[in-house]
Design a protein around this ligand. Structure first.
Ligand code: SF4
Length: 157
């Protein structure tokens, strides 16, 4: 995967949804023991929702500094809470494929974060059925998404 312009942030579609949900839930973004870039990318997103993003199904700019990212671009983390335990790479790729299909967006599309969030907003309620992670409360996910979009000025109520 290559970025077509240097100022474009590569992101997995669900990573963005996770950040917006946590922002709506007033979760503090702090450095994670894995070393990934959720906290720095979240700040960039919140500071400027007109930044350009490329929606990819694969390792993104959040993964780049993560200790679980192999040189091949494969994530070696395993979701042991699933039965059977599932490679995170497979879980993520499946989730992001489902999301883009539901949103009618082609993989590798480049758009502004604002444009992506408007598409997300047009799929609320509904999208929470896809992006809620196992063990997560679906109402909490929906509420977090709505509040996050409100805080960013994408929706009023
Ligand atoms: S998907 Fe894997 S490589 Fe990417 S941030 Fe998460 S654990 Fe790290």
């Amino acid at each position: 995967m290559h970025r077509e312009e240097s100022n474009i942030i590569l992101l997995r579609p669900h990573h963005i949804l996770d950040i917006i949900t946590h922002y709506g839930q007033n979760v503090q973004f702090k450095p994670h023991p894995y070393g990934h870039a959720v906290h720095t990318i979240a700040k960039k997103m919140i500071d400027n929702i007109d930044l350009k993003i490329q929606l990819i199904i694969g390792a993104d700019d959040i993964c780049r500094p993560c200790e679980h990212l192999l040189p091949s671009g494969y994530c070696d983390d395993v979701l042991h809470q699933l039965d059977p335990p599932t490679p995170k790479q497979d879980y993520n790729n499946n989730l992001d494929s489902q999301l883009l299909s539901y949103l009618d967006i082609l993989p590798d599309s480049i758009l502004t974060l604002r444009e992506y969030l408007k598409v997300i907003n047009s799929k609320i309620p509904g999208i929470e059925a896809i992006c809620t992670h196992p063990g997560e409360n679906v109402e909490s996910r929906l509420g977090g998404l709505i509040e996050g979009l409100k805080k960013l000025g994408i929706r009023k109520k």
